[in-house]
Design a protein around this ligand. Structure first.
Ligand code: BGC
Length: 706
C-alpha cells in the first residue's frame, strides 16, 4: 500500500545585489535597531579615544580560561566578547585550564560529515547545542561555522567545512548560525577563499569578479541575509593581491556595502592582520587575539591625523552593536554546566554521526550484516581501537568520552563473536584467523598528522600530499580482502580518498568521516542495520588526482577559475569514482510525477516544483532528493548543472511522499562582469531531480521571461 503525505520545502539562494535589511528581530533574541543605535550614540560619545581604540583589539595572545577576550566597558555594563572555537564542538582547552566547575563539551562529527547529512534541521540543532555550550562555559561568541568552498579535497582543513558546493554551504552554514545565535554570536569564517593550508598565511588567491561572486562568496551572503550572522572572520590569505584583513573590495565594498552587513569583522589569529590605517580603512573592525597592528598604533594613527576618529567610531559601533543586539550585557558569565543537558547533546552527536555515514559500495548486500549468516567478525586495523575525532588545530575538542569503532561493534555484537586485530601489519596466524571469520571489517583513514590545521610547533596537520590512504592501510585492506570475501572497509577521513588499488577487492565501503565522540556506535549501528545509511557525498570522489584541478600546497600565488568539484568533472566529461550527492541505502527509492507550477515565470518570479518519492524496498530509509538546474541556452559560459535545492525524506517500505520546492528565478542568475550585475537570462532552463548529481531521474524544462 502506498501512503501519501506532502512535505513543503523551500530552495532559496540569494545572490541579488540589493542591500539586505539585516534588521534584528525579537525571534533571534535580539532587540530592535533604532533603540540600539541611540544607545550606541550615547556610549560612543562618552568614550575616550583610548577606550575606543582598546575596543578594536583582543586582550591576550593566549586564551584566558579557554576564552579569547576583548575588553569590556564596565561603566556601561558591556562585557566585551568571550570567544571560543568550533566547528566540531566547543574548544575549551579543559586540559590546560582544568575542568573544575566547567562543563565538558560535546564532540560532534566534523562539519564535512554533517555536510553529508544534507540535514539543515539537524545542523540548526547542532548550532544551538554548541551555542549553549559556549554560554555554559561563560563565553558569548563561537568562532564558527567554516563555510569555505572545498576547492580541492587535499585541503588540510577540508574537515572543517561542509563541502564543495556553494548552495549547500550556504544552507548548512545558515542553519548552524541560526541555531548558535539563539545563545551566542556566531563568527562565520574565513572570508574569503581560504583553501590551502600549508601556505595559508601568505598565499595570494586570484580570481575574477565572476568567480568570486558566483563560486567563493555567495554562501557568505546567505549567512548574512538568511541567518544575520553577527560577525565575520577574515582569512589569512590575500585575494587579488590584498590580504583579506585589509581588502577593501571584499570588506568595505561587498560585505559591508553591497550586502549591508551590520556586524563586526575580525581578523584571523596572530598573523591575520597586516596594517593599521589600511586595515581600518578597508573595514577590519577587530584585531585578534591582540592589537599588534591596532592598539597603540591605532591611537597614534588618529593622533597624527593619518586616521580619522570617525573611522574608529564606526568600527566601535559595529563591535558594540552586537553586544547590545544579543543582549550580552544582560547575561551572567559565571560558568554554569547546569545549562547543558549532556545526555541530549550526546544523543545529538550520535544522531549526526549515524546520519553522516555514506555507504559507497555494497556488493551482494554485504551490509547490513545478516546475523543468521554472520556469527563471527574480524575487526582489523589500529584505527579500530582509536577514536578519530579530527585534527589537533583550533577546532579540536576534548569530549567527555569517545566510542571507538571496536567498542561500537562490541556494544552491538549481541551473540556475534568478535575477533580483534588492532594492528596494521598482520602475521600469518592473524591472516588465517581472519580467513576463518564470516566477515572482516577493516578500519582505516587519516590521522591529525596527515591532515588538518597546520600547527608547526606540534608538527601536526597541513594539506594532504595524496588522496590515497597510506601504503600500509592500502596493503592492509588488500591482505584482508585476500583472506575474506566479505571484507568491509570503514574509512575515517576529512574529505575524499582515492581507492583504485583496493576498491574492487572489497564488498562494502563506508565513509564515516571523523565521526565525533559517538563515532563507534554510529558505525556499528549502520554495519548491523540498526540504522539505514542516509549520508550523501558533499564532495566528488575522483578516480585519481588527474581528474581534479591542480593543487599545490606550496603555492604562494594561485589563480582560481570557475571550475572545481562536480562542475569541473562534468565539464571535462570525467567520470568520478563516486559523484557529488552519491550514497547508497539498504532500500530503493523511486522518483515520479514531477510537476511545475507553470511552464514560464518572470525574472522576479518563483517556480513551484513538486515530485513524488517512494520507498520501493523492504526497509525504512531516508532519501536525499536533489534538484539541479541546467542552462543550455545561456549565452554565458555556465556550469553543466548546479545544485539549487535538496530535501531529506524518510519513508517506510511502500510509502510515498510528495516533495515540493520553491525556486526563485533570481537564484538562477549569473554575474555579468562587463556590467557588474547579476543577470537572469530570459530562456529555457532544465530542471533535474534525482538521488545524486550523476543520477537525475526526472527532467523538465521551464521558461524565464523578461
Ligand atoms: C584559525 C581560526 C581560529 C583561530 C582561533 C586560527 O588559527 O585559522 O579558524 O578561529 O585560530 O583559534
Amino acid at each position: 500500500m502506498i501512503i501519501g503525505t506532502t512535505l513543503i520545502l523551500v530552495a532559496c539562494h540569494s545572490n541579488d545585489s540589493e542591500k539586505s535589511k539585516n534588521t534584528e528581530s525579537p525571534d533571534a533574541g535580539v532587540t530592535a535597531n533604532a533603540e540600539i543605535e541611540e544607545r550606541l550614540d550615547a556610549i560612543i560619545s562618552e568614550l575616550s579615544l583610548e577606550e575606543k581604540a582598546a575596543q578594536m583589539a583582543g586582550v591576550a595572545i593566549l586564551p584566558s580560561q579557554g576564552l579569547w577576550l576583548t575588553p569590556g566597558i564596565e561603566r556601561f555594563g558591556l562585557p566585551g566578547y568571550r570567544m571560543t572555537d568550533g566547528p566540531r564542538g566547543v574548544t575549551t582547552n579543559r586540559s590546560m585550564y582544568g575542568s573544575a566547575g566547567l562543563s565538558p563539551t560535546t564532540c560532534f562529527p566534523v562539519a564535512m560529515a554533517r555536510g553529508a547529512t544534507f540535514d539543515v534541521d539537524l545542523e540548526e540543532r547542532i548550532g544551538r547545542a554548541m551555542g549553549l555550550e559556549v554560554k555554559a562555559w561563560g563565553g558569548n561568541v563561537i568562532l564558527a561555522p567554516v563555510i569555505n568552498i572545498l576547492r580541492h579535497p587535499a585541503w588540510g582543513r577540508a574537515q572543517e567545512t561542509y563541502g564543495e558546493d556553494s548552495y549547500h554551504l550556504g544552507q548548512m552554514g545558515a542553519a548552524f548560525i541560526r541555531g548558535a545565535q539563539e545563545n551566542v554570536v556566531a563568527s562565520v569564517k574565513h572570508f574569503a577563499m581560504n583553501s590551502i593550508e600549508n601556505t595559508r598565511l601568505e598565499v595570494d588567491v586570484r580570481a575574477n569578479e565572476r568567480v568570486l561572486r558566483e563560486i567563493y562568496l555567495p554562501h557568505f551572503k546567505v549567512a548574512i541575509d538568511e541567518a544575520r550572522v553577527g560577525s565575520v572572520m577574515t582569512a589569512y590569505n590575500s585575494v587579488n593581491g590584498s590580504f583579506c584583513s585589509e581588502n577593501e573590495h571584499l570588506l568595505k565594498e561587498i560585505l559591508k556595502g553591497e550586502w549591508g552587513f551590520d556586524g563586526f569583522v575580525m581578523s584571523d589569529w596572530i598573523w591575520g592582520a597586516h596594517s593599521t590605517v589600511q586595515a581600518v580603512g578597508a573595514g577590519l573592525d577587530l584585531e585578534m587575539p591582540t592589537g599588534a597592528h591596532y592598539g597603540a598604533k591605532l591611537l597614534r594613527a588618529v593622533q597624527t591625523g593619518e586616521l580619522k576618529e570617525e573611522a574608529i567610531d564606526e568600527a566601535v559601533r559595529r563591535i558594540l552593536r552586537k553586544q547590545l543586539a544579543f543582549e550580552l550585557d544582560k547575561r551572567s558569565y559565571e560558568p554554569d554546566p547546569g545549562m547543558v543537558d549532556l545526555d541530549a547533546h550526546n544523543a545529538l552527536a550520535r544522531e549526526a554521526a549515524t546520519k553522516s555515514i555514506v555507504l559507497l559500495k555494497n556488493e551482494a548486500s554485504a551490509l547490513p550484516l545478516d546475523r543468521e549468516q554472520v556469527t563471527s567478525i574480524a575487526v582489523v586495523g589500529s584505527f579500530a581501537q582509536v577514536s578519530r575525532t579530527g585534527d589537533e588545530g583550533s577546532s579540536s575538542v576534548e569530549p567527555p568520552y569517545t566510542v571507538t569503532p571496536l567498542e561500537g561493534f562490541q556494544n552491538r555484537s549481541e551473540d556475534v563473536n568478535i575477533r580483534v586485530f588492532a594492528r596494521d601489519i598482520l602475521s600469518l596466524d592473524d591472516k588465517k584467523e581472519i580467513a576463518d571469520t564470516d566477515a572482516a571489517i577493516v578500519v582505516v583513514g587519516f590521522t591529525s598528522e596527515q591532515e588538518g590545521e597546520k600547527i608547526d610547533i606540534f608538527n601536526t596537520g597541513g594539506d594532504r600530499q595524496t588522496l590515497d590512504l597510506s601504503p600500509e592501510h592500502e596493503a592492509l585492506i588488500r591482505e584482508v580482502a585476500a583472506q575474506n570475501d566479505r571484507t568491509i572497509v570503514v574509512i575515517e577521513a576529512g574529505s575524499a580518498v582515492t581507492m583504485e588499488s583496493w576498491l574492487a577487492d572489497v564488498e562494502a565501503l563506508l565513509l564515516a568521516w571523523y565521526p565525533g565522540q559517538e563515532g563507534g556506535n554510529a558505525i556499528a549501528d549502520v554495519v548491523f542495520g540498526h540504522v539505514n545509511p542516509s549520508g550523501r557525498l558533499p564532495l566528488t570522489i575522483p578516480v585519481s588526482l588527474d581528474q581534479l584541478p591542480k593543487f599545490d600546497s606550496s603555492s604562494l600565488s594561485v589563480t582560481y577559475d570557475y571550475w572545481h568539484g562536480y562542475r569541473h568533472m562534468e565539464r571535462q566529461q570525467h567520470t568520478p569514482r563516486f559523484p557529488f550527492g552519491y550514497g547508497l541505502s539498504y532500500t530503493e527509492f523511486e522518483y515520479s510525477e514531477l510537476q511545475v507550477s507553470s511552464d514560464s515565470i518572470k525574472s522576479n518570479g518563483v517556480l513551484g516544483v513538486t515530485l513524488k518519492v517512494s520507498n520501493v524496498g523492504k526497509r525504512t530509509g531516508t532519501e536525499v532528493a536533489q534538484l539541479y538546474i541546467s542552462y543550455n541556452e545561456s549565452t554565458a559560459q555556465r556550469a553543466p548543472k548546479e545544485l539549487k535545492g535538496y530535501a531529506r525524506v524518510t519513508l517506510e517500505p511502500g510509502e510515498s511522499k510528495d516533495l515540493s520546492f520553491s525556486l526563485r528565478a533570481k537564484d538562477l542568475a549569473y554575474y555579468d562582469e562587463p556590467s557588474n550585475r547579476w543577470k537572469v537570462e530570459p530562456m529555457s532552463y532544465g530542471l533535474h531531480l534525482g538521488p545524486s548529481s550523476a543520477d537525475l531521474r526526472l527532467e523538465k524544462s521551464f521558461q524565464i521571461t523578461n
